[in-house]
Design a binder for this molecule. Structure first.
Ligand code: MG
Length: 227
């Protein structure tokens, strides 16, 4: 089966988000005069995961995510600083983090002659756009739909509707959504009617009820669709 359109998730699919987040947080802690120790990084990762999950359920706005995670972190660390100010500093650091997974760019180069490509990302506009440009991959994609701008996040159908519009409403069966998360990328695509591909790089067991149409371990496995 081949697809006319491939829609990619960004973080932990094309971009190594852990690397970007760790670098940004280290820079932030240094600027705050705080030692960038690993337990602080872990604390932040945990808080960030919780606030993004709340956002994806519709319980928080993007603005509340941005500042709320630092309010929580500063409160846990006993740091008496303006969370809103430091959130802005952090986003500047994060927007510079454009480490792609090994082979991701080569894969996009190969796929670009075979299908049209787009992106749906749950993320912040001022972070995601500069990262795409800095990584030098923005030219491969016909569209970039960012949840903050769309005012809807995966798995909600509204963000998929916007992406579908960018494909000029091609037959949904001709669109494959590729992403690392079952609960957002795969569920969203399944519910909307796109085909879904779970990028399961670490070969996790699927303990959910969510069934991807395809599963791959690395992006280059997508090339097999066009052989
Ligand atoms: Mg992801």
């Amino acid at each position: 089966m081949s697809f006319d359109w491939l829609i990619f998730d960004l973080d932990d699919t094309l971009f190594d988000f852990n690397a970007a987040e760790s670098h940004a947080l280290n820079s932030l802690l240094s600027a705050l005069g705080h030692d960038p120790v690993s337990d602080v990084l872990q604390k932040y990762h945990d808080i960030n995961r919780v606030v993004w999950a709340e956002y994806e359920r519709g319980g928080l706005t993007a603005e509340q995510v941005k500042v709320g995670r630092f309010e929580r972190l500063f409160s846990e660390l006993g740091i008496n600083e303006d969370a809103s100010f430091w959130s802005n500093q952090y986003l500047d650091f994060l927007s510079r983090g454009s480490e792609l997974f090994e082979g991701a760019k080569e894969c996009l180069v190969s796929l670009s002659g075979l299908a049209q490509m787009g992106i749906i990302t749950n993320g912040l506009s001022r972070v995601q756009k500069p990262r795409l440009m800095k990584a030098g991959i923005d030219g491969y994609f016909s569209f970039l739909v960012i949840s903050e701008q769309a005012k809807s996040a995966k798995p909600h159908e509204d963000i998929f509707k916007i992406a579908h519009g960018h494909t000029h409403f091609v037959d949904k069966e001709k669109v494959l959504m590729i992403g690392d998360r079952l609960e957002t990328d795969v569920k969203g695509a399944n519910d909307f009617g796109f085909k879904s591909c779970w990028l399961n790089a670490s070969q996790q067991e699927n303990t959910t009820e969510i069934k991807p149409d395809m599963e791959i371990q690395k992006l280059s496995d997508l090339l097999r669709l066009y052989q």
